[in-house]
Design a protein. Structure first.
Length: 317
Protein backbone atom coordinates (compact mmCIF):
# COMPACT_ATOMS: atom_id res chain seq x y z
CA UNK A 1 0.00 0.00 0.00
CA UNK A 2 2.81 2.37 0.95
CA UNK A 3 4.60 1.44 -2.27
CA UNK A 4 1.52 2.38 -4.34
CA UNK A 5 1.21 5.73 -2.56
CA UNK A 6 4.89 6.52 -3.19
CA UNK A 7 4.55 5.61 -6.86
CA UNK A 8 1.47 7.81 -7.18
CA UNK A 9 3.37 10.67 -5.51
CA UNK A 10 6.35 10.27 -7.85
CA UNK A 11 4.02 10.28 -10.86
CA UNK A 12 2.41 13.52 -9.70
CA UNK A 13 5.82 15.13 -9.18
CA UNK A 14 6.89 14.18 -12.71
CA UNK A 15 3.69 15.70 -14.13
CA UNK A 16 4.28 18.92 -12.22
CA UNK A 17 7.85 19.11 -13.48
CA UNK A 18 6.75 18.56 -17.08
CA UNK A 19 4.05 21.21 -16.66
CA UNK A 20 6.59 23.63 -15.26
CA UNK A 21 8.99 23.06 -18.14
CA UNK A 22 6.18 23.54 -20.67
CA UNK A 23 5.14 26.86 -19.14
CA UNK A 24 8.75 28.03 -18.98
CA UNK A 25 8.98 27.78 -22.77
CA UNK A 26 6.70 30.82 -23.15
CA UNK A 27 7.82 32.72 -20.06
CA UNK A 28 10.52 35.31 -19.48
CA UNK A 29 13.97 33.79 -19.26
CA UNK A 30 14.66 36.23 -16.44
CA UNK A 31 12.03 37.77 -14.18
CA UNK A 32 11.73 39.30 -10.75
CA UNK A 33 9.00 39.87 -8.19
CA UNK A 34 8.84 43.50 -9.35
CA UNK A 35 7.21 42.39 -12.64
CA UNK A 36 4.23 40.70 -10.95
CA UNK A 37 1.14 42.85 -11.66
CA UNK A 38 -1.65 43.73 -9.26
CA UNK A 39 -4.31 44.30 -11.93
CA UNK A 40 -6.73 42.05 -13.75
CA UNK A 41 -6.74 40.90 -17.40
CA UNK A 42 -8.35 42.97 -20.13
CA UNK A 43 -11.92 42.07 -21.12
CA UNK A 44 -11.52 39.09 -23.46
CA UNK A 45 -15.06 39.53 -24.77
CA UNK A 46 -14.01 42.84 -26.31
CA UNK A 47 -10.25 42.51 -26.95
CA UNK A 48 -7.97 39.95 -28.60
CA UNK A 49 -4.25 39.66 -27.88
CA UNK A 50 -2.39 39.57 -31.19
CA UNK A 51 0.88 37.76 -30.47
CA UNK A 52 1.77 35.73 -33.57
CA UNK A 53 4.86 37.04 -35.37
CA UNK A 54 3.52 37.86 -38.87
CA UNK A 55 6.92 37.63 -40.54
CA UNK A 56 7.98 34.44 -38.80
CA UNK A 57 10.69 35.99 -36.63
CA UNK A 58 9.67 39.63 -36.36
CA UNK A 59 7.01 42.32 -36.61
CA UNK A 60 6.82 45.01 -39.26
CA UNK A 61 8.92 48.21 -39.27
CA UNK A 62 11.76 46.40 -37.49
CA UNK A 63 9.94 46.47 -34.15
CA UNK A 64 11.97 44.91 -31.35
CA UNK A 65 9.33 43.50 -29.01
CA UNK A 66 7.37 40.33 -28.49
CA UNK A 67 3.68 41.02 -28.03
CA UNK A 68 2.32 38.73 -25.31
CA UNK A 69 -1.03 37.85 -23.76
CA UNK A 70 0.37 38.12 -20.23
CA UNK A 71 -1.10 40.29 -17.51
CA UNK A 72 2.40 41.71 -17.07
CA UNK A 73 1.96 43.50 -20.42
CA UNK A 74 -1.75 44.36 -20.41
CA UNK A 75 -3.91 44.79 -17.33
CA UNK A 76 -6.67 46.86 -15.76
CA UNK A 77 -6.22 48.47 -12.35
CA UNK A 78 -7.37 51.63 -10.57
CA UNK A 79 -9.66 52.61 -13.42
CA UNK A 80 -7.00 52.37 -16.15
CA UNK A 81 -6.12 49.88 -18.88
CA UNK A 82 -2.33 49.73 -19.03
CA UNK A 83 -0.26 48.39 -21.90
CA UNK A 84 3.22 48.01 -20.48
CA UNK A 85 6.36 47.65 -22.59
CA UNK A 86 9.33 46.41 -20.63
CA UNK A 87 12.90 45.34 -21.11
CA UNK A 88 13.31 41.63 -20.46
CA UNK A 89 14.75 38.64 -22.26
CA UNK A 90 11.74 36.71 -23.52
CA UNK A 91 11.43 33.67 -25.75
CA UNK A 92 8.29 32.89 -27.74
CA UNK A 93 7.64 31.09 -31.03
CA UNK A 94 11.28 29.99 -30.95
CA UNK A 95 12.49 33.61 -31.07
CA UNK A 96 14.29 35.48 -28.28
CA UNK A 97 13.67 39.23 -27.98
CA UNK A 98 14.80 41.85 -25.51
CA UNK A 99 11.43 43.58 -24.96
CA UNK A 100 7.80 42.63 -24.37
CA UNK A 101 4.56 44.55 -24.80
CA UNK A 102 0.93 44.02 -25.90
CA UNK A 103 -1.10 44.55 -29.05
CA UNK A 104 -4.89 44.45 -28.68
CA UNK A 105 -7.41 43.98 -31.51
CA UNK A 106 -11.03 44.87 -30.84
CA UNK A 107 -13.45 42.02 -31.46
CA UNK A 108 -15.90 44.40 -33.08
CA UNK A 109 -15.72 46.23 -36.39
CA UNK A 110 -17.83 49.04 -37.82
CA UNK A 111 -18.23 51.46 -40.72
CA UNK A 112 -18.50 55.23 -40.08
CA UNK A 113 -19.01 56.96 -36.77
CA UNK A 114 -16.93 58.56 -34.04
CA UNK A 115 -14.11 57.04 -31.98
CA UNK A 116 -12.97 58.54 -28.67
CA UNK A 117 -10.01 57.25 -26.66
CA UNK A 118 -8.84 59.06 -23.55
CA UNK A 119 -5.21 58.14 -23.06
CA UNK A 120 -1.78 59.07 -21.75
CA UNK A 121 1.31 58.30 -23.79
CA UNK A 122 4.62 56.87 -22.51
CA UNK A 123 7.92 58.75 -22.62
CA UNK A 124 11.26 57.62 -23.98
CA UNK A 125 13.31 57.73 -27.17
CA UNK A 126 12.39 54.74 -29.34
CA UNK A 127 8.96 54.15 -27.80
CA UNK A 128 6.10 53.98 -30.30
CA UNK A 129 2.54 53.67 -28.92
CA UNK A 130 -0.45 53.89 -31.23
CA UNK A 131 -4.25 53.94 -31.27
CA UNK A 132 -5.31 53.01 -34.79
CA UNK A 133 -7.58 51.00 -37.09
CA UNK A 134 -7.30 48.27 -39.70
CA UNK A 135 -10.02 46.78 -41.91
CA UNK A 136 -11.77 43.55 -41.06
CA UNK A 137 -10.64 42.12 -44.41
CA UNK A 138 -6.88 42.67 -43.93
CA UNK A 139 -4.80 39.63 -44.76
CA UNK A 140 -2.37 39.69 -41.84
CA UNK A 141 -1.15 36.55 -40.11
CA UNK A 142 -2.35 36.43 -36.53
CA UNK A 143 -4.90 39.26 -36.68
CA UNK A 144 -8.24 38.51 -34.99
CA UNK A 145 -10.51 38.78 -38.01
CA UNK A 146 -7.98 37.12 -40.32
CA UNK A 147 -8.13 34.08 -38.04
CA UNK A 148 -11.91 34.19 -38.38
CA UNK A 149 -11.62 33.84 -42.16
CA UNK A 150 -12.12 37.45 -43.24
CA UNK A 151 -8.60 38.11 -44.56
CA UNK A 152 -8.73 39.00 -48.24
CA UNK A 153 -6.61 42.11 -48.94
CA UNK A 154 -2.98 42.82 -48.24
CA UNK A 155 -1.73 46.10 -46.83
CA UNK A 156 -1.73 48.89 -48.03
CA UNK A 157 -4.56 48.19 -50.50
CA UNK A 158 -6.81 47.32 -47.59
CA UNK A 159 -6.22 50.71 -45.92
CA UNK A 160 -5.13 51.92 -42.47
CA UNK A 161 -6.31 54.73 -40.17
CA UNK A 162 -3.92 56.05 -37.51
CA UNK A 163 -5.91 57.97 -34.90
CA UNK A 164 -2.81 58.81 -32.85
CA UNK A 165 0.83 57.76 -33.03
CA UNK A 166 3.47 59.09 -30.67
CA UNK A 167 7.14 58.59 -31.34
CA UNK A 168 9.41 59.10 -28.34
CA UNK A 169 12.02 60.50 -30.74
CA UNK A 170 9.52 63.29 -31.45
CA UNK A 171 8.29 63.77 -27.89
CA UNK A 172 5.09 65.73 -27.24
CA UNK A 173 3.78 65.53 -30.81
CA UNK A 174 0.54 63.71 -31.67
CA UNK A 175 0.32 62.54 -35.28
CA UNK A 176 -2.57 61.10 -37.29
CA UNK A 177 -2.36 59.57 -40.76
CA UNK A 178 -3.95 57.38 -43.41
CA UNK A 179 -2.30 54.70 -45.51
CA UNK A 180 -3.69 53.68 -48.90
CA UNK A 181 -2.30 52.37 -52.16
CA UNK A 182 -1.95 56.00 -53.30
CA UNK A 183 0.39 56.83 -50.38
CA UNK A 184 1.67 54.52 -47.66
CA UNK A 185 4.59 53.91 -45.35
CA UNK A 186 6.14 57.36 -45.23
CA UNK A 187 2.72 58.65 -46.25
CA UNK A 188 2.09 62.22 -47.32
CA UNK A 189 -1.37 62.00 -45.81
CA UNK A 190 -0.79 63.01 -42.22
CA UNK A 191 -1.12 65.87 -39.76
CA UNK A 192 -0.67 66.53 -36.08
CA UNK A 193 -0.19 69.00 -33.27
CA UNK A 194 2.13 69.52 -30.28
CA UNK A 195 0.78 68.34 -26.93
CA UNK A 196 3.24 69.45 -24.19
CA UNK A 197 1.62 67.21 -21.55
CA UNK A 198 1.14 64.15 -23.77
CA UNK A 199 3.04 61.88 -21.34
CA UNK A 200 1.96 63.47 -18.06
CA UNK A 201 -1.79 63.98 -18.56
CA UNK A 202 -4.71 62.19 -20.19
CA UNK A 203 -5.97 63.64 -23.48
CA UNK A 204 -8.95 62.81 -25.68
CA UNK A 205 -7.96 61.46 -29.10
CA UNK A 206 -10.81 61.28 -31.58
CA UNK A 207 -11.75 60.34 -35.12
CA UNK A 208 -14.91 61.42 -36.96
CA UNK A 209 -15.41 59.10 -39.92
CA UNK A 210 -18.03 59.56 -42.64
CA UNK A 211 -18.42 58.62 -46.29
CA UNK A 212 -16.88 62.00 -47.19
CA UNK A 213 -13.91 62.44 -44.86
CA UNK A 214 -11.82 61.47 -41.84
CA UNK A 215 -11.28 64.19 -39.21
CA UNK A 216 -8.68 63.74 -36.46
CA UNK A 217 -8.49 65.78 -33.25
CA UNK A 218 -6.99 66.02 -29.76
CA UNK A 219 -9.17 67.45 -26.99
CA UNK A 220 -11.62 68.71 -29.60
CA UNK A 221 -8.97 70.57 -31.62
CA UNK A 222 -8.85 69.29 -35.21
CA UNK A 223 -5.39 68.85 -36.71
CA UNK A 224 -5.93 66.80 -39.86
CA UNK A 225 -8.69 66.03 -42.36
CA UNK A 226 -8.39 63.41 -45.09
CA UNK A 227 -10.95 64.01 -47.84
CA UNK A 228 -9.67 63.18 -51.33
CA UNK A 229 -11.76 64.69 -54.10
CA UNK A 230 -11.35 61.57 -56.22
CA UNK A 231 -12.45 58.62 -54.12
CA UNK A 232 -11.43 55.33 -55.71
CA UNK A 233 -9.88 52.05 -54.56
CA UNK A 234 -6.42 53.65 -54.45
CA UNK A 235 -7.40 56.65 -52.33
CA UNK A 236 -10.49 55.60 -50.37
CA UNK A 237 -10.63 52.05 -48.95
CA UNK A 238 -12.57 53.55 -46.03
CA UNK A 239 -16.07 52.36 -46.91
CA UNK A 240 -16.08 49.07 -45.01
CA UNK A 241 -15.75 47.68 -41.50
CA UNK A 242 -12.63 48.55 -39.49
CA UNK A 243 -11.54 47.42 -36.02
CA UNK A 244 -9.49 49.18 -33.35
CA UNK A 245 -5.93 48.44 -32.26
CA UNK A 246 -4.12 49.53 -29.11
CA UNK A 247 -0.42 48.73 -29.01
CA UNK A 248 2.96 49.86 -27.73
CA UNK A 249 5.87 49.06 -30.04
CA UNK A 250 9.61 49.38 -29.46
CA UNK A 251 11.75 50.81 -32.24
CA UNK A 252 15.23 49.60 -33.17
CA UNK A 253 16.85 52.77 -31.83
CA UNK A 254 15.28 52.47 -28.36
CA UNK A 255 17.18 54.32 -25.64
CA UNK A 256 19.55 51.82 -24.02
CA UNK A 257 18.46 53.04 -20.57
CA UNK A 258 14.77 52.27 -21.23
CA UNK A 259 13.41 49.75 -18.73
CA UNK A 260 9.63 50.06 -18.97
CA UNK A 261 6.84 52.44 -19.97
CA UNK A 262 3.04 52.57 -19.99
CA UNK A 263 0.38 53.42 -22.53
CA UNK A 264 -2.54 54.25 -20.24
CA UNK A 265 -6.17 54.15 -21.44
CA UNK A 266 -9.00 55.70 -19.43
CA UNK A 267 -11.77 54.70 -21.83
CA UNK A 268 -12.63 53.69 -25.40
CA UNK A 269 -15.95 54.79 -26.89
CA UNK A 270 -17.46 54.32 -30.35
CA UNK A 271 -20.59 56.06 -31.66
CA UNK A 272 -22.52 55.55 -34.88
CA UNK A 273 -23.35 58.41 -37.25
CA UNK A 274 -26.54 59.17 -35.30
CA UNK A 275 -24.40 59.60 -32.17
CA UNK A 276 -25.69 56.39 -30.58
CA UNK A 277 -23.01 54.76 -28.49
CA UNK A 278 -22.53 51.12 -29.47
CA UNK A 279 -19.22 50.46 -27.70
CA UNK A 280 -18.06 51.65 -24.31
CA UNK A 281 -15.06 49.99 -22.72
CA UNK A 282 -14.62 52.02 -19.57
CA UNK A 283 -12.16 51.64 -16.73
CA UNK A 284 -13.93 54.08 -14.42
CA UNK A 285 -12.95 54.16 -10.77
CA UNK A 286 -14.92 55.58 -7.88
CA UNK A 287 -16.96 54.42 -4.88
CA UNK A 288 -19.68 51.84 -5.26
CA UNK A 289 -22.90 53.19 -3.65
CA UNK A 290 -24.05 49.64 -2.92
CA UNK A 291 -21.08 48.49 -0.80
CA UNK A 292 -18.94 51.68 -0.56
CA UNK A 293 -15.94 49.91 -2.06
CA UNK A 294 -13.33 52.02 -3.80
CA UNK A 295 -12.00 51.24 -7.23
CA UNK A 296 -15.13 50.02 -9.03
CA UNK A 297 -14.04 48.44 -12.32
CA UNK A 298 -15.68 49.21 -15.62
CA UNK A 299 -19.38 48.42 -15.34
CA UNK A 300 -18.96 46.11 -12.34
CA UNK A 301 -17.87 46.62 -8.73
CA UNK A 302 -14.79 44.55 -7.91
CA UNK A 303 -15.99 43.82 -4.37
CA UNK A 304 -19.70 43.07 -4.53
CA UNK A 305 -20.10 42.39 -8.25
CA UNK A 306 -22.93 44.87 -8.70
CA UNK A 307 -23.51 46.15 -12.22
CA UNK A 308 -22.87 49.89 -12.28
CA UNK A 309 -23.34 52.67 -14.77
CA UNK A 310 -20.91 55.63 -14.69
CA UNK A 311 -23.71 57.77 -13.26
CA UNK A 312 -24.08 55.43 -10.28
CA UNK A 313 -20.45 55.75 -9.22
CA UNK A 314 -19.75 58.28 -6.49
CA UNK A 315 -17.17 60.85 -7.66
CA UNK A 316 -16.12 58.94 -10.78
CA UNK A 317 -12.83 60.10 -12.20
Amino acid sequence: MVSKILKRRDCMIRKLLISGIASLAISPLFASAETVPNGRPVDSTKWFHQTLLPKGTSWFSNEQQHYTNRIENASVSNGVLTIKAQKEIFKDQGVIKQYTSARLNSKFAFTYGRVEVRAKMPHGYGTWPAIWMLPKDIKEKGAYFEQKGFGEKHWPDCGEIDIIEHWGRNQNYAQSATHTRSSFGNTVNHGGQPIPTISSQFHLYSLDWSAEKLVFAVDGNDHYTYAPTDKNKRTWPFDKDYYLLLNFAIEKDIDSTFEQGDLSIDYVRVYDEENNQFLADRYISGECPKCNAAGAYGDQCEKCGSALSPEELINPK
